[in-house]
Design a protein around this ligand. Structure first.
Ligand code: TUI
Length: 312
């Protein structure tokens, strides 16, 4: 039922992209999602280019299915990673936190499918004109760096504004979310938070436990004042950050507090001074599963729901 044109374009069985989560989405997670029939994504975040190269090598060892690499455009290494994906023959690139316009021609020349994440209709249109193959419309329910609009409001407006496939993201954690995104016109979905607790996700157990324990209102947005709003699960770091923001602390002080904090949470399990990025849907996520079970369960649930429509 959910075998869309988008699936054909990317050569995947299920129209699901695994969200690019910096210091979290490595070659192991990406390969597991691709082996499950979705599109696994290696997140480059702020990591050095050598790290990304290693993760691409690992993913190639673990799967013969297509996988992608995400370029985080705020990173100092964005340009090097943008070139690396061309050298490595990566099939799909997603981008986040900016406008990837200056790399589009290079990627298209290398036959890479380009799927930018956008948080507005304006950028979606610009990306379509620049040659994007599809668009990920990400609402502010998502974890990490976010825009202003919710998925419910953003997704149908982007669907109406462009002729290329649109993938819905932000707040999707089960089959109900999948069905809802399709009702809004999406041809695919992107899921991050639910994959945090996947068996193949290599983050620290403390991070997984914090996601499993979290409730509906446990995420907060920090950094609205600095122009880089980020959704995280509440902890000592987020409280300190918000207090400093209220006191109008200098941006440099806030940046210093945030530097390296995601790595600390994801790799060292520091739930006190680490940045525990996750989406609003974390409260719904209550079990660890393989990537295969997550993907199949989400689409089976969605199919059941859609079949029920109109029946009493
Ligand atoms: O990029 C993400 N999520 C991220 S990136 C990240 S690493 C980071 N850490 C600290 C501070 C900042 C980043 C953690 N999570 N999601 C995709 C996304 N892109 N969401 C929103 C956007 C976005 C927002 C504005 C994309 C483009 C944009 O406008 C650019 C323009 O020039 O118009």
């Amino acid at each position: 039922m959910f075998n869309t044109k988008f699936c054909e374009m990317i050569e995947i069985n299920y129209p699901i992209i695994q969200g690019a989560m910096a210091w979290i989405a490595d070659g192991i997670l990406a390969a597991a999602v691709s082996n499950a029939g979705g599109l696994g994504i290696i997140a480059s975040g702020n990591a050095p280019v050598e790290y990304v190269k290693e993760q691409i090598k690992k993913a190639k060892e673990l799967t013969d299915k297509p996988f992608g690499v995400n370029i985080m455009l705020l990173s100092d290494n964005a340009e090097s990673v943008a070139k690396l994906v061309c050298e490595e023959g990566v099939k799909v690139v997603t981008t986040g936190a900016g406008n990837p316009g200056k790399y589009m021609d290079m990627w298209k020349k290398h036959n890479i499918k380009v799927i930018p994440v956008v948080a507005s209709v304006a950028l979606a249109k610009r990306m379509e004109r620049a040659g994007a193959d599809a668009i990920i419309a990400e609402g502010c329910e998502a974890g990490g760096h976010i825009g202003e609009l919710t998925t419910m409001a953003l997704l149908p407006q982007v669907v109406d504004a462009v002729d290329i496939p649109v993938v819905g993201a932000g707040g999707i954690g089960d089959g109900r979310g999948v069905a809802a995104a399709f009702m809004l016109g999406a041809q695919g979905i992107q899921v991050g938070t639910r994959f945090l607790v996947a068996n193949e996700c290599t983050i620290h157990e403390n991070y997984k436990e914090k996601v499993l324990k979290s409730k509906d209102i446990d995420s907060v947005v920090t950094g609205r004042g600095t122009g880089h709003p980020v959704r995280v699960l509440r902890n000592q770091l987020s409280r300190k950050y918000q207090k400093l923001e209220k006191e109008n602390a200098p941006i440099e002080e806030l940046e210093k507090l945030g530097a390296g904090a995601l790595r600390k949470a994801a790799r060292e399990g520091d739930m006190i001074t680490g940045s525990v990025m996750a989406g609003q849907i974390a409260g719904l996520i209550n079990k660890k599963q393989s990537c295969k079970d997550i993907v199949e369960e989400m689409f089976n649930e969605a199919e059941t729901l859609v079949n029920k429509l109109g029946n009493k």
